[in-house]
Design a protein around this ligand. Structure first.
Ligand code: CTP
Ligand code: MG
Length: 395
């Protein structure tokens, strides 16, 4: 397979633009607003795929919306760069045609045409499509049909259908822009509105004689069609798990802070901040879950503003970064490793304090402790170590 071409270049004409069709009525999903404006995982459905396209470097993005929904669409896409709205048509194909015309003045080389109703858009699919466009005018993501297929009428099995060579077709569908524009214009002229409407753009391309390549789709690209799809917590968006580890030296004359709780002990932990080793491990776990570096990147020990700082602030900041990444903390689990002090009597207070800082219910916060049987650094009482695991899920 060819390497993926760059998504955008410094040249004047956009390399890859996108159309997101969001002008349907969402009749099968029902609800008080068309499904593309319904909130799913914390954001309007349409915002998910537009954000993903922006993240892939695609610009501009033309979003086709239904008449009368300008304000809802503006709110749903507020603050996103390079997004333009156009009024859609009475069928999906008409909506695409109108959006294609909106790109004419600043014609891109390639265009990705995507359903707003498919909120999860893995970048790997975009790369596969654009790589295919090196050789053909069109490319679509497909998945093989794995179940057997039959034709049926009135609830009765009618005839078997040969499954070999059948595929399920998804979006985005990718095309050389001038070719798909001409194909849509030709479709309108040829059918005069009389023929059966095209269900997707590959059908329009095919009618114009354009070759269309099949590239691997992704189950995550499933379309929201029915109300139950909107309620589904799992559109193949997976939880992420991060881990953290830290050690600090035990010395006389320092306070001992663990999980944001001050503990009476003859020694405390040494470090630049308050040296709360358990919170430091937990911060690294949270940062790891969102792939946002480590605690040193965010709070460099060389920066005097963190000298003696309460580690609560680091933890609260990590929680904010998780929220800003569009995710939520599902669960955290901390293990403190030391011979002394005894952690057991403090575990409940530690859980409560971590839950408070993270604004989580207590049953999503775990604090455990163990010794190393007097072996090694912690066994000799030279320091305290901590490990943490954090799970985050899309909101
Ligand atoms: N679409 C569009 N313009 C139309 C019809 C559909 O832009 N006139 C868009 C939808 O908003 C959706 C995509 O095409 O993002 C796929 O269509 P579908 O899932 O059928 O959505 P709806 O037509 O809105 O739903 P329904 O058929 O249940 O009414
Ligand atoms: Mg429809």
């Amino acid at each position: 397979m060819n390497p993926a071409p760059p998504l955008s270049t410094e040249t004047k004409a956009p390399a890859t633009a996108a159309i997101v069709v969001a002008a349907g009525k969402g009749l099968r999903a029902g609800g008080s607003v068309p499904k593309q404006f319904a909130v799913w995982h914390g954001k309007p459905l349409v915002r998910h795929s537009v954000e993903s396209l922006i993240g892939a470097g695609v610009a501009p993005i033309v979003v086709a919306i239904p008449q009368g929904w300008e304000e809802a669409a503006g709110n749903a896409l507020q603050g996103l760069p390079g997004v333009a709205l156009v009024q859609g048509g009475s069928t999906r194909r008409e909506s695409v045609a109108l959006a294609l015309e909106a790109l004419v003045d600043d014609a891109p080389a390639r265009v990705l045409i995507h359903d707003a109703a498919r909120p999860v858009l893995p970048h790997v699919v975009i790369h596969g499509l654009l790589a295919a466009l090196e050789n053909v005018a069109g490319a679509i993501p497909v998945l093989p049909v794995v179940d057997s297929v039959v034709r049926g009428t009135d609830g009765l099995r009618h005839a078997a259908v040969e499954r070999d060579g059948l595929y399920r077709v998804q979006t985005p569908q990718a095309f050389h822009y001038p070719a798909i524009l001409a194909a849509h214009r030709g479709w309108t002229a040829n059918t005069g509105g009389g023929a059966a409407e095209a269900g997707d753009d590959a059908q329009v391309a095919d009618a114009a004689g354009l070759p269309v390549a099949l590239v691997p789709g992704d189950e995550a690209l499933r379309k929201v069609t029915f109300a139950a799809d909107l309620e589904s917590a799992d559109m193949s968006v997976h939880p992420r798990v991060g881990m953290g580890f830290d050690v600090h030296r035990l010395v006389a004359g320092e306070e001992l802070w663990l999980c944001g709780v001050k503990i009476d002990h003859d020694k405390g932990l040494a470090g630049h901040s308050d040296a709360d080793v358990a919170i430091h491990a937990l911060v690294d776990a949270l940062l790891g879950a969102i792939a946002a570096g480590d605690i040193g990147d965010h709070f460099p020990p060389s920066d005097p503003q963190w000298k003696g700082a309460s580690s609560d602030r680091f933890l609260a900041h990590a929680a904010t970064l998780v929220a800003q990444s569009g995710q939520a903390i599902a669960h955290v689990d901390v293990t403190i490793i030391c011979e002394a002090p005894k952690i057991g009597p403090h575990k409940a207070a530690m859980r409560a304090r971590l839950a408070e800082i993270l604004a989580l219910p207590i049953d999503r916060v775990s604090v455990k402790a163990t010794t190393t049987e007097r072996l090694g650094t912690t066994g000799r009482g030279e320091g305290i170590a901590a490990q943490a695991v954090a799970t985050v899920v899309p909101r």
